[in-house]
Design a protein around this ligand. Structure first.
Ligand code: FE
Ligand code: FE
Ligand code: ZN
Length: 284
């Protein structure tokens, strides 16, 4: 089954997001766990969660993706920023256990001049202080464009974070099509080769979600500017390959394109028309 959704505002709660997703033909969605610029959060509305779980069950919404705020930087040089990142991650993970078995994505962070090695060790510290054996959420490291001192610009950096994390069976990866192309992985020209490399370095079994975005910038720009599907440097034909690829087609896809809800509805319709329902072949 084609699992497709987009980023939605979480300000009105889970039920509202589920209804909004269903109204645009989506069967999953992504949302920020709190204001993307960080900060405090309302306590979970248990009645809203309960009603959401019912609606999700009845409508085949089987996996949703919670996104950590952009301000979460677990490898900052500033100890206060690292402590804030840790408290947000711990609190998010605790809250997500109310909607068990879903995905939590975060940006590995920016080492801001301390170097990749120090950055990676701080990220591992945060994960080691956050993950616990009984948790049901899978925590995803997002592949990044390599803007500034961003960590996660290469599959090798992601691998090192996984290797430095004790409960690494709780970790997966979210591949962002705009970011990897921007980072220098040519998914337009050599999708098979990029996925083989991913498999060799990280392992395709770790890949749990795809952020499906076109890019405003050419290959290898390290800029991280998303574009609407088909209007950027990747183009519609590449997305047809991506959503139908045997290694990817069963994964959930999340649009993070510059759109309002009507634009997302159009993109979902387009992607559904490109998804080949009969090509039911197993993953690599
Ligand atoms: Fe992201
Ligand atoms: Fe993304
Ligand atoms: Zn991005």
């Amino acid at each position: 089954m084609f699992k497709i959704g987009c980023h939605l505002s979480s300000s009105k709660g889970y039920v509202h997001m589920a209804e909004e997703a269903l109204s645009i033909g989506a069967n999953t969605f992504q949302f920020f766990t709190r204001n993307p610029r960080g900060g405090s959060v309302k306590e979970l509305d248990e009645a809203d969660v309960e009603k959401f779980l019912k609606i999700a069950g009845e409508n085949g919404i089987d996996v949703i993706l919670a996104h950590a705020p952009y301000t979460l930087n677990g490898c900052s040089a500033d100890e206060k920023i690292r402590a804030f990142a840790l408290s947000v991650m711990q609190d998010d993970i605790r809250r997500l256990e109310k909607t068990p078995g879903n995905l939590y994505n975060f940006h590995p962070g920016s080492h801001v001049g301390q170097g990749v090695d120090t950055g990676i060790s701080y990220i591992c510290d945060m994960l080691n202080a956050s993950l616990f054996p009984e948790m049901t959420t899978t925590v995803l490291l997002e592949t990044m464009a390599g803007k500034g001192s961003e960590i996660g610009r290469s599959f090798e950096e992601i691998r090192r974070i996984i290797d430095g994390t004790e409960l690494s069976d709780k970790l997966g990866v979210c591949l962002d099509t705009c970011h990897v192309y921007d980072a220098g992985y040519d998914i337009a020209g050599e999708l098979d080769k990029v996925l083989e490399e991913f498999d060799k370095i990280i392992g395709l079994e770790r890949l749990k979600a795809i952020h499906i975005n076109d890019s405003k910038n050419p290959f290898g720009s390290h800029k991280d500017r998303h574009e609407k599907i088909g209007q950027g440097s990747l183009g519609t034909a590449v997305f047809e390959q991506v959503i139908n690829h045997r290694a990817l087609r069963e994964l959930p896809f999340y649009l993070e394109t510059p759109n309002e809800i009507e634009g997302y509805a159009e993109e979902i319709k387009l992607l559904k028309s490109l998804y080949n329902l009969r090509a039911d072949v197993p993953r690599l």
